[in-house]
Ligand binder design. Structure first.
Ligand code: F0G
Length: 469
């Protein structure tokens, strides 16, 4: 037997490098003040290690760059579109493939065409833009993730699952007529990057079919979800990630996708769907109505707001993301950060997710109550001390201001997400991140909360300005 090496290495070598920027503590203190303590408002050149998001921040492969050169920039009928369409179809099996400039454009088109005021859209957890696009249609975005997902330290293989009984209750309560579609987000970004099991996807699909309701996947991180099914769910160990992904999509009627995540591209997305199998008035001509909306705001259906070269990068990226070597490395690299933090006594959402480690800021900083934004306070401190940019996913993102200025009602969790861009940082970058957070954790009682001094009416986290308390 050949020796089985235990070290999981990056399944690539580096062809191009991009310098990162070292700054002084004083410079960062100044930058923070100017940014109103909102890390979205920093300049990237003032950031050393950028873990704000895994969206559009990945490194492309030499094959993707080769595809970029092949990009056909014809307005209509470009060959790049047909390669993109074939790639999406081979993975999802969906008949209609509608390119969009990113995921939220697919959401806006789908909800715009399907939702009416007073509707309810169930999901395991809506991510911020998904929720905002549902609410923009004056519909309710209802989160039905399993109860266990609200216990950060609990270790379960599929903490992103939907509570199927709660879905049945919702349908009984509001009636199927007011539910235009049900969604499952794979992996569950707002709930710690946790996967959804194939059994749960099947069960949700079965409920939807019984009631004649469309079922869509928010498929941004479908490949990472497929890998967790392969490694955690009985019966899937010998299946390829592509076979597992295909089975996941086979239970759905369509998907929205941000290709900036598991498309391994810097921009792009799509809406893909079959002709609805149900005879409901609001489902009539659904694919065509989506394409009509696309033409209005995104572009002609063979480019949808993207350049031909973007379509090529996505077509190649969707195949590369399903390679076993890549997914093994990807999930291991994320878990590595989680294990280092746990060893340093930092509470995180367990088990580690696919694209990110989520620090439980409420548990780490019990002296800062939720209305003083413990997650934001921790994220700001990580930038100030170490130049690391992370993102709060908690009270700032999901909390709502009160009319009379009294303290906001606490949201279920206050998390700080360390989001790992794909194929970008090395193990020593992550060792630095872990060392910095351990240093901060040892001085956690010195961290103070924040208050909001200005906020926008929707998606406030992107532009709000804070002041230290
Ligand atoms: N759905 C999920 C689950 C997402 O995580 C995102 C984006 C979207 C939809 C929207 O896609 O950005 O291409 O319009 N999430 C990024 C993040 C921004 O940082 O998690 P988009």
């Amino acid at each position: 037997m050949p020796y089985q090496f235990k070290t999981i290495i990056e399944p690539f070598r580096i062809k191009t490098v991009e310098p990162i920027h070292f700054t002084t503590y004083e410079h960062r203190r100044q930058a923070l003040q100017e940014a109103g303590y909102n890390l979205f408002l920093l300049r990237s050149e003032d950031v050393l290690i950028d873990l704000l998001t895994d969206s559009g921040t990945g490194a492309m492969s030499s094959e993707q760059w080769a595809g970029m050169m092949r990009g056909d920039e014809s307005y209509a009928g470009a060959s790049s579109f047909y390669r993109f369409e074939a790639s999406v179809r081979s993975i999802t099996g969906f008949q209609h493939v509608i390119p969009t400039h990113q995921g939220r454009a697919a959401e806006r088109i789908l909800f715009g065409v399907l939702c009416q005021p007073g509707d309810v859209v169930p999901n395991n957890n809506h991510f911020d833009t998904t929720r905002a696009n549902v609410e923009y249609r004056k519909a309710e975005a209802r989160d039905l993730v399993i109860e266990e997902a609200h216990q950060p330290a609990l270790i379960l293989p599929f903490k992103g699952n939907m509570d199927v009984a709660a879905l049945e209750r919702t349908i009984a309560e509001v009636g199927p007529d007011r539910i235009p579609l049900v969604m499952l987000t794979v992996t569950n970004n707002a709930g710690g990057g946790q996967p959804v099991s194939m059994a749960n996807i099947r069960a949700v699909s079965e409920v939807c079919r019984r009631h004649g309701i469309l079922f869509f996947l928010d498929a941004c991180r479908f490949a990472e979800n497929a890998w967790f099914i392969k490694t955690r769910e009985p019966g899937y160990a010998d299946k390829s990630p592509a076979e597992i992904a295909r089975e996941m999509f086979s239970y759905a009627d369509g998907c929205t996708m941000s290709a900036k995540k598991d498309g391994l591209a810097n921009i792009g997305g799509f809406l893909a769907l079959n002709d609805p199998p149900y005879d409901r008035e609001r489902y009539r001509d659904l694919p065509q109505r989506c394409k009509n909306q696309l033409i209005l705001t995104e572009g002609f259906p063979t480019y949808g707001g993207l350049a031909g070269y973007d379509l090529e990068a996505i077509a190649v990226g969707l195949r590369e993301v399903l390679q076993e070597d890549y997914l093994r490395y990807r999930t291991r690299a994320t878990a590595y950060v989680g294990e280092k933090l746990l060893a340093a006594g930092v509470p995180i959402v367990q088990p580690p997710g696919g694209h990110a480690i989520y620090i439980d800021a409420r548990a780490m900083l019990p002296h800062i109550p939720p209305p003083q934004y413990p997650g934001q306070a921790l994220a700001v401190t990580m930038y100030l001390e170490a130049g690391i940019r992370s993102v709060e996913i908690g009270q700032v993102v999901f909390g709502r201001p009160t009319a009379d200025g009294s303290p906001e009602a606490p949201v279920p969790l206050d998390l700080v997400r360390l989001t790992i861009p794909r194929r970008v940082y090395t193990q020593s970058h992550m060792d630095y991140v872990a060392e910095a957070i351990e240093y901060i954790a040892n001085r956690r009682d010195q961290i103070r909360g924040l208050r909001i001094v200005w906020q926008a009416p929707v998606l406030r986290h992107f532009t709000a300005r804070f002041a230290p308390l």
